[in-house]
Design a binder for this molecule. Structure first.
Ligand code: ATP
Ligand code: MG
Length: 356
């Protein structure tokens, strides 16, 4: 088992008033860890302690009690900071600087050479879709455009640990989807990512593990699949199959298990529909006034870890091609009883495979 990148043990933070009296117990005895290459999501209602927890991880505030280790060291250690990228909750950029100047400024803080700064600035601005606006002062930027610059800034040192506090806040659905895709590719390159959000859709199909906070306490944590899977319901998917052909099999299944299976057509998500529509529109309007279609991950973010299995693709993958669906050219001359028996055998076989 690799050493976790982040290990927090009974982490707590109480904010005190002017007289030193405890005012808010923002985080209470929260323990968790993040493994290399994993995406950990902190989910919780407003004021539940997500930002306070993240700030303790990046040593912006100290815990009142408990301990946090990052790469096996105290988070205040400079060697840790060199390997850390942080996107704060609020994007605060110098309004008169251009994206070029801002990324170069953060590159300087990490002591990058002029040539390397220019290389990374070019790649990062392409990646976040703002290369065309690189000479405009960021004070003019929309909220989502500024957020993208914040994200580019967090990546300038090619960090091994990325701490993102509500990275999709202010982004349109296309931006959210791009940021999620970017986070997935970074994790596949071995980077560890801790991300907070109060938007369920942001984290549901992104994270490997979830930590749910409420009033400063961890109320749930675990693998996304373990937390979300409904083990009482089994779903069979028959892509492209006429419902009439599935009906006899469902009848057989219903009789076998004394249940009433449901049949319908799955709906595309609004996100998929929206992304496809915008993509079509953008192809016919090549001149962007806001954000352009973003390029892929900046090549310099090469990652040091090996590629890991994409847990997400496993989560969203449809069940293995069901053996229950009859081949399209199956003979149609069977009697009703034979067909029924055949369908029942196939359905049972498929079910056995599914529940194995
Ligand atoms: N510097 C501070 N001084 C006093 N109280 C604070 C401070 N920072 C945070 N708090 C309090 O700690 C609690 C947790 O705040 P935190 O910002 O961590 O929540 P959050 O989960 O990030 O919420 P949101 O979803 O709104 O961003 C809140 O009650 C907040 O008022
Ligand atoms: Mg917050």
């Amino acid at each position: 088992m690799p050493e976790p990148v982040v290990r927090a043990e009974r982490l707590a933070r109480t904010f005190r008033d002017f007289w030193g009296r405890p005012r808010v117990r923002a985080v209470r005895d929260v323990s968790f860890q993040a493994e290399p290459g994993a995406i950990l999501g902190l989910l919780g209602p407003n004021g539940s302690g997500k930002t306070t927890t993240l700030k303790m991880l990046v040593s912006l505030i100290a815990p009142t009690s408990g301990a946090v280790r990052v790469f096996g060291r105290a988070p205040s250690d400079l060697a840790v900071k060199a390997r850390l990228g942080y996107l704060p909750e609020e994007t605060r950029l110098y309004p008169y600087l251009t994206p070029d100047e801002i990324i170069a400024f953060y590159g300087r803080l990490f002591d990058l050479s002029g040539r390397e700064r220019r290389r990374r600035t070019d790649q990062l601005l392409d990646m976040v879709g703002l290369a065309h606006a690189r000479r405009r002062p960021v004070g003019e930027f929309s909220k989502g455009m500024a957020r993208r610059i914040g994200l580019a800034q967090a990546l300038v040192n090619d960090p091994d640990l990325l701490v993102l506090d509500e990275p999709t806040s202010g982004l349109d659905p296309v931006g959210c989807s791009q940021v999620k895709a970017l986070i997935r590719s970074l994790a596949q390159r071995g980077k560890t990512i801790i991300i907070s959000s109060h938007l369920l859709a942001d984290l549901e199909n992104l994270c490997d593990r979830l930590l749910i906070l409420c009033n400063g306490a961890a109320i749930e944590q675990g693998g996304v699949r373990d937390l979300l899977e409904d083990r009482r319901t089994v779903r069979l998917t028959f892509p492209g199959l006429d419902p009439d052909r599935v009906a006899p099999m469902l009848d057989a299944l219903g009789r076998e298990f004394n249940l009433a299976p449901e049949i319908d057509h799955p709906m595309r998500s609004l996100e998929t529909f929206f992304l496809e529509s915008v993509d079509r529109a953008r192809r016919s309007q090549p001149e962007p006034s806001g954000v352009a279609a973003a390029a892929g991950v900046a090549p310099f973010l090469a990652g040091k870890g090996g590629a890991r299995e994409d847990v997400l693709s496993k989560l969203v993958a449809s069940p293995s091609q069901p053996a229950a669906s009859p081949p399209p050219d199956a003979p149609t001359s069977e009697t009703g009883a034979e067909k029924d028996a055949e369908a029942r055998r196939a359905a049972n076989e498929a079910l056995r495979r599914l529940v194995k």
